[in-house]
Write a protein that binds this ligand. Structure first.
Ligand SMILES: NC(=O)c1ccc[n+]([C@@H]2O[C@H](COP(=O)([O-])OP(=O)(O)OC[C@H]3O[C@@H](n4cnc5c(N)ncnc54)[C@H](O)[C@@H]3O)[C@@H](O)[C@H]2O)c1
Ligand SMILES: [Zn+2]
Ligand SMILES: [Zn+2]
Length: 383
């Protein structure tokens, strides 16, 4: 059977996205069909639509999603119809070089669904990050579904699928932030803010939020920043050193991904400290650093792919922390919007007006009582 759904498609580079009819096949072996409850709008979706991530148009956008498994293909045992899941973009293979060496978070052969989703005329779609969840339903590899507690609000839970997990993991998994550490986070959008929140959960004693937008700095205090630095007015490196006894922070996370912010991260570390690069750089910039400083300052310079997360380990744990009130995952949701609101959400994102806009693909009958697409706290049970 083929499922006819509404979904957001980018047809060509730079053109506005459109809501289209998309055909989603039933799951093949090892695949799962998921009814999408919520999907966050991430800068990566905009990058796809601008042609910055390959030219395999048309793209089916959306990848920070939570939903309910509707059906599964042959051989799927880890998830079943009815399970509330967060979709992940790195379903590990278990047998590549990285998996074989016991480092599956680096897996070099992650899995996606093999059966294609198409436009009504049969044109094959390229799902963003192998997910494509600005859609009423999507087809993924079953390993891309991580079961979590259904008490979590889908709009919040879905954000673990990309930006929030990447930022939290950049601090905690890649940077190894622990009790008593000093941390600085450069760029406090959805990703950097999650690095701030993750550092708080991990017990960091000093958490310095750096941004060029005062609104983000105000918000960062709510997520656990102990100090803020407006780097449009102040030298970030000097300010971070001044706040850490003149030494620099144990871990500095660059959640912007530009040469100037990485240079700040590099020099704002204490000697032998760690700089983590989680912001994704554009293709052109290069980095110029004195090699003697790279050696002399020691420590580690670590890129962070998806926060070095293991979805099966990290998603349920973060959902539990959120449900216990120890991690403010719900505060990342600035607004919920319908499928036809994605283009306007890109504009708000560009202006820095939101941490995350979250698409609720279907008009939600919220908890069986009202038809409302803007429910503040839609639950997994909403249809
Ligand atoms: N590594 C991964 O797996 C992964 C996953 C998701 C997103 N990302 C990347 O992380 C980056 C951040 O994503 P986001 O969702 O937080 O984006 P965002 O647009 O919400 O936030 C970016 C923040 O950086 C701030 N900023 C911009 N220039 C700055 C500067 N020079 N100094 C200090 N702050 C500055 C902005 O004011 C904003 O608050 C993007 O590059 C995104 O592609 C990486
Ligand atoms: Zn692998
Ligand atoms: Zn993303």
């Amino acid at each position: 059977m083929t499922h006819e759904v509404r979904a957001v498609v980018a047809r060509k580079a730079g053109a506005p996205v459109s809501v289209e009819t998309v055909l989603v096949p039933d799951p093949g072996p090892g695949e799962a069909l998921v009814r999408v409850r919520a999907c966050g709008v991430c800068p990566t979706d905009l990058r796809y639509r601008e042609g910055g991530i390959g030219d395999e148009f048309p793209f089916l956008l959306g990848h920070e999603a939570a939903g309910v498994v509707e059906s599964v293909g042959e051989g799927v045992t880890d998830v079943s119809p009815g399970d509330f899941v967060v979709l992940n973009r790195r379903a590990v293979c278990g047998s590549c070089r990285a998996c074989g060496r016991g480092k599956p978070w680096y897996c070099f052969a992650t899995r996606n669904a093999a059966r294609p989703m198409t436009l009504a005329d049969g044109t094959r779609l390229s799902p963003a990050l192998g997910i494509g969840a600005f859609a009423e339903k999507t087809l993924v590899a079953a390993g891309q579904c991580t079961k979590v507690d259904p008490a979590a609000a889908p709009a919040a839970a879905g954000l673990l699928g990309c930006g929030v997990m990447a930022g939290f993991g950049a601090a905690v998994n890649t940077g190894g932030v622990g009790r008593g550490d000093s941390v600085a986070v450069i760029g406090c959008g959805g990703v950097g803010m999650a690095a701030v929140a993750g550092s708080k959960v991990a017990g960091a004693s000093r958490i310095i939020a750096v941004d060029v937008d005062e609104r983000k700095l105000k918000l960062a205090e709510r997520f656990g920043a102990t100090d803020t630095v407006d780097s449009s007015r102040t030298d970030a490196v000097e300010a971070i050193r001044a706040l850490t006894g003149g030494f620099g922070a144990d871990v500095v996370v660059d959640a912007v991904g530009r040469p100037e912010t990485f240079r700040q991260a590099f020099y704002a570390r204490d000697l032998a400290g760690t700089a983590v690069l989680v912001g994704v750089p554009a293709p052109e910039p290069t980095l110029d650093l004195p090699l003697l400083d790279v050696f002399g300052r020691g420590g580690a310079l670590k890129p962070s792919w998806y926060g070095d997360c293991l979805p099966a380990r990290d998603f349920p744990a973060l959902i539990d922390l959120y449900l216990q009130g120890r991690f403010a995952l719900g505060d990342f949701v600035t607004e919920t919007i319908a499928l036809d609101g994605v283009e306007a959400a890109f504009t708000r994102m560009r202006h820095g007006d939101v941490l995350r806009s979250v698409v609720i693909p279907r008009r939600a009958r919220v908890c069986g009582t009202s038809l409302d697409n803007t429910c503040a706290a839609p639950k997994a049970c909403c249809v």
